[in-house]
Design a protein around this ligand. Structure first.
Ligand code: ATP
Ligand code: MG
Length: 604
């Protein structure tokens, strides 16, 4: 039987290039080991006050960092078993009910020191009585030396690291202070940096969200101030967060500006009070993109890179708990402070709508509040409750086509072309089948126009026949009805697919022959059934006048102009052919008008 050999240099490269995103993580690992050691000592001596100290020294070109803790220390035997065995951890024995107590778990963290230093020196004295101090030297080629010391040291551990040239800048007081604060701001033991005889404590120990405040108002003020210090932003509100599962607590700050669904937000996420990551992707529900959080989890597992949480049932429960707190915050705000809620809605329109689609309770609150663009001005669903019928159109371009006519008819139509709005209204309809809310297509509007009487139909028949012939090349059927407002002679209507064919036609005009041919086949197959319709307004004065005219040429030109004008009214982009038509007809009418004028003048 042979034993695996491990190439330590290779392992260290693997860790530094792939597991640890930045070289300064060795500070995090030192803090983590020191904290665990103090905690272990407190299990032996419950009243014990632990502390961690960093000290820099410089001799010639070489910079050394000394990290000291007064934790449980190591016996010689433990050095061999834990410190010098990769993948072995004294905390593994504590798995199970006590696992929460320790930050370390994998038995590889110390290797991160080799990323910045070519030698690790550890001097340690165990708190267990009767053990001498030991001095250990570890090297990246996988060798180490160990000797016992005669000196009567206090229990605890000292780690010495000497900067490799490319990482010297990490071994300066400024960088060290920043890095220690970054990772260790809320660690529960004082962490100081010692400079000659002066020593400064760098951490706060009690994070602001765990502090007691005189009133809720005071708390909000202080937390908002804290949010500003953390992220440099003035937030709209601060929401306390808690979850028993995962032992999570913290605070969510409501962003003062909209945040897009997939933009990356930076949070501050702590694991057992030590900084873990700037991303909280799997700790917060997806729709929570209107907040930034500072949050600590004491009973969730880190991934080996210690940069996010391990996805398990506990994490899922914690996520649900946080989600429901954010929801109840919104619900309470809507009830108690409608002005603030409205402001929030205005800023985070999209995420609020996304949340409402996912969550029925929140849906019931939100749906009443959403500002709606309607043919009767800006409205809320609650303002519309007493109307006999409310219609909505799911595309803005179609809404524009019909809005004038719908308004003139006294119909209330909602423009549901905004993101998520159609889905929300569909959902409303589903949940309230009796509500007078209907989805319409622009063609439905034509159907709602009043039919002609038999007499009227007979009178206009000749004009319709001619008009159909004129508009045949435009794939457009012609009908006539009564509709409001009477000053519009004709309305152009096209359903969803019809708009598609219109755009195919336009593409054909400008694209290369082969492609245009293919498109041609596609549209030729469909163009047999009309998708578009021009509806002449029977009571319109001009239409009535046309009924008295016999001259086919005049009628043709009038129909062409009606067609173009109706397209423009519906805000349809004109094709090249239609533009040409517009041009020619206008010029013809002008020529004709000028001719008439001259004739009259000649008579005078
Ligand atoms: N400051 C310290 N005081 C006492 N023991 C220590 C100290 N630093 C390291 N050790 C011992 O060395 C072992 C290995 O440390 P290392 O950081 O590599 O792994 P870990 O902390 O157990 O797990 P992780 O890989 O998650 O950090 C620890 O389990 C602990 O027994
Ligand atoms: Mg460790």
């Amino acid at each position: 039987v042979h034993k695996f050999q491990i190439n330590l240099r290779g392992m260290i490269e693997l860790l530094s290039d792939h597991l640890y995103s930045q070289p300064q993580v060795f500070i995090r690992e030192l803090l983590q080991n020191g904290t665990d050691a103090i905690r272990a000592r407190q299990k032996l001596e419950p009243e014990f006050n632990g502390e961690i100290t960093f000290e820099l020294s410089e001799r010639g070109e070489s910079r050394t960092l000394l990290a000291t803790d007064n934790g449980v220390g190591l016996t010689e035997d433990e050095v061999h078993r834990f410190l010098a065995t990769i993948g072995e951890s004294s905390k593994r024995a504590a798995r199970g009910e006590q696992q929460q107590d320790y930050l370390g778990q994998f038995g590889i963290g110390l290797l991160s020191c080799f990323v910045v230093s070519d030698e690790i020196v550890v001097i340690s004295r165990s708190a267990k009585p009767g053990n001498p101090a030991v001095e250990w030297h570890g090297f990246p080629d996988g060798t180490y030396t160990i000797k016992t010391l005669d000196a009567d040291l206090e229990p605890g551990t000292q780690v010495y690291l000497t900067a490799r040239t490319e990482h010297r800048e990490l071994f300066t007081a400024k960088r060290l202070k920043e890095t220690v604060q970054h990772y260790g701001k809320y660690l529960p033991y004082p962490i100081s940096i010692r400079n000659q005889s002066r020593s400064t404590v760098l951490n706060d120990i009690v994070p602001p969200w765990r502090m007691e405040f005189a009133s809720a108002g005071e708390r909000r003020k202080e937390l908002l101030q804290y949010g500003k210090e953390c992220f440099g932003e003035k937030f709209l509100d601060a929401i306390p967060l808690h979850s028993r599962d995962g032992a999570v607590d913290g605070v969510a700050f409501v962003l003062p500006h909209p945040q897009s669904l997939n933009s990356q937000r930076t949070h501050r996420v702590y694991l057992r009070n030590m900084f873990l990551a700037e991303r909280a992707d799997n700790l917060l529900p997806e729709w929570a993109f209107f907040v930034k959080v500072v949050i600590n989890a004491s009973d969730l597992r880190p991934t080996a890179s210690r940069e996010s949480f391990y996805e398990d049932a506990k994490l899922e429960k914690a996520r649900d708990a946080l989600g429901s707190q954010l929801r109840s915050y919104l619900r309470d705000l809507a009830e108690e402070q409608p002005k603030r809620f409205e402001q929030l809605l205005h800023v985070h329109d999209v995420s609020m709508k996304a949340l409402a689609l996912e969550d029925d309770d929140f849906f019931q609150i939100l749906i009443e509040w959403i500002p709606l663009e309607t043919t009767q001005g800006e409205m809320r669903l609650k303002d519309l409750r007493d109307l006999p019928q409310i219609q909505y159109i799911s595309r803005t371009d179609q809404y524009r086509q019909v809005s004038r006519i719908a308004a003139a008819q006294g119909n209330c139509v909602i423009n549901a072309g905004y993101i998520y709005l159609t889905d929300l209204l569909d959902k409303y309809q589903e949940l309230n089948p009796d509500a007078p809310l209907v989805k319409i297509e622009p063609t439905d509007l034509v159907e709602s126009f009043t039919e002609l009487t038999d007499d009227e139909a007979a009178r206009i028949d000749r004009l319709l026949m001619l008009a159909r012939e004129v508009l045949l090349p435009w794939d457009c059927n012609v009908e006539s009805r009564h509709f409001q407002p009477v000053d519009i002679p004709a309305m152009y209507c096209v359903d969803e697919e019809g708009t598609f064919f219109r755009s195919i036609k336009q593409t054909q005009e400008i694209s290369a022959p082969l492609w245009s041919d293919l498109l041609g086949k596609l549209s030729a197959r469909e163009s047999t059934k009309f998708r578009a319709e021009l509806c002449l307004n029977y009571k319109n004065q001009l239409v009535q006048q046309l009924l008295l005219i016999e001259e086919p040429d005049v009628l043709r030109r009038a129909i062409e102009i009606f067609y173009i004008q109706a397209l423009l009214l519906g805000q349809h982009p004109l094709s090249n052919k239609e533009l040409k038509l517009l041009n020619n007809s206008l010029l013809e009418w002008v020529r004709w008008g000028v001719g008439l004028y001259q004739q009259q003048k000649g008579k005078q």
